[in-house]
Design a protein around this ligand. Structure first.
Ligand code: PLP
Length: 430
């Protein structure tokens, strides 16, 4: 390793004594790539700085939220004045209404919304609601889609579970798992078959409409449209988990991009501008079943807390006010992905590169990648070598081929050129 990570290594060893893997979320441990993780001391714009004094160009962006860059001035100023007023009251504030209005304007399918603290909570609650509303118990999810770590959704999940090769987690009871039907992504025939068998028992289909937790995988032509029509036919709910792709692939997420109206939508990551916040919402008739309007219970001590609302409001305002935001950030991403492809071609490295808006990833594979089994067949050893070569050049990437890279609006042309030059060096050595 050409990079000096000695202070980080010391910090990591100390953390490992106190926390599983030394971390509070598994993928941060870098367990998959044979090196210890840099410990971060601060971030500014598109760069993060570790405690050894290394400065990196960051394409993780806290796994998606930091679309306006780290420590964005406007967000920081708003948070400073919010924190002076106290950090949580457990009572309603106007900030919650303000964020709800912004989200509703961007997502017309969300008529009524509930704020929560994490994507996990959003999807877990949306499923409970779907079951409560339909009086049905089964759900369909897709293999390699990650919807957080609630029990019913930890079946054939992607993200950290894919990285660590855990198909599903101990502690999830067989009783819970049996109500979750996991089907291959992009396989509409498998969906049609299950609906023909037991469609009247299926409460909901939950999907990442742009899959970002097995690397980035796009839905095939009409896959989502067909899911919409089959769920309508059987009166099952269609839940779009846009925790990652929401506000990112388009301001109005995948549902705007594909012009599909799901019954319920889960949002997270960007909606909290880097603070813990997520939400679920959708058709009024369904959402009114939530307590206290209805009987489906769901609550949260810190839900809608003023700091998270403030960071979310400022971040969304930045996205809304610049009508060309998505266009600009997509152009930056395309420039990087084009550079990536040309360097791979130059050194005859076979890759499948995928992009949607400001999300991108690629697989070391000479086959098309349309689902999780295609993704796991990509070359993991090559990925590790590539990852280390990039880190040594101070390009900070997700330490797994099963994760997506994120561009921020703060990335400069110089950042992108430096990254493309780093691809060249990495590919040359593969
Ligand atoms: C990150 C993510 C989640 C989980 O969100 P947390 O805030 O980590 O609980 C759920 N769904 C998708 C699609 C995600 O990318």
């Amino acid at each position: 390793m050409k990079l000096n990570l000695s202070k980080s290594l010391k910090a990591f060893n100390e953390a490992k004594k106190l926390m599983p893997g030394g971390v509070n979320s598994p993928v941060r441990s870098f367990g998959n790539v044979d090196c210890n993780p840099p410990f971060i001391s601060y971030g500014k714009g598109s760069h993060i700085f570790d405690i050894d004094g290394n400065e990196y160009i960051d394409y993780v962006g806290s796994w998606g939220p930091m679309i306006v860059g780290h420590a964005n001035q406007r967000v920081v100023e708003a948070l400073k004045s919010a924190v002076e007023k106290g950090t949580s009251y457990g009572a309603p504030t106007g900030l919650e209404t303000e964020l709800a209005k912004l989200v509703k304007k961007i997502y017309p399918s969300i008529e009524v919304i509930r704020m929560v603290n994490s994507g996990t909570e959003a999807t877990m609650s949306a499923l409970r609601l779907a079951r409560g509303f339909t009086h049905r118990e089964k759900i369909i999810k897709f293999v390699g889609c990650y919807h957080g770590h609630s029990d019913s959704l930890l079946v054939s999940a992607g993200s950290g579970l894919a990285t660590f090769g855990v198909p599903s987690s101990p502690g999830v009871t067989s009783g819970t798992a049996k109500d979750t039907i996991a089907l291959p992504y992009n396989d509409i025939e498998a969906v049609e078959k299950i609906f023909a068998e037991c469609g009247e028992e299926i409460a909901a289909v939950i999907i990442e409409p742009i899959a970002g937790n097995m690397g980035l995988i796009l839905p095939r032509e009409n896959f989502l449209q067909k899911l919409r029509s089959i769920t309508e036919k059987y009166q099952s709910l269609l839940i779009f988990d846009e925790v990652m792709c929401g506000f990112r692939v388009a301001l109005g997420g995948a549902q705007e991009l594909f012009n599909i109206k799901p019954d319920l939508t889960c949002l997270g990551k960007i909606i909290g501008g880097g603070l813990p916040c997520a939400a679920y919402g959708g058709r009024e008739e369904i959402m009114r079943q939530i307590s206290p309007d209805g009987k489906v219970y769901q609550a949260g001590t810190l839900s809608g807390n003023p700091l998270a609302m403030t960071a979310g409001i400022e971040t969304l305002k930045i996205l809304i006010e610049d009508v060309d935001f998505t266009k600009k950030i997509t152009a930056k991403t395309s420039k990087l992905v084009d550079g990536l492809k040309s360097k791979a071609a130059k050194y005859n490295v076979k890759i499948q590169a995928h992009q949607c808006g400001s999300m991108f990833s690629f697989f070391f594979s000479d086959h098309e990648v349309n689902n999780f089994s295609d993704a796991v067949n990509a070359d993991q050893e090559k990925f590790k070598k590539y990852f280390i070569a990039m880190l040594e050049q101070k390009i900070y990437l997700p330490p797994s081929q099963f994760e997506t890279n994120f561009m921020s609006i703060a990335h400069t042309d110089e950042d992108i050129d430096r990254t493309i030059a780093a691809f060249e060096i990495a590919f040359k050595t593969l």
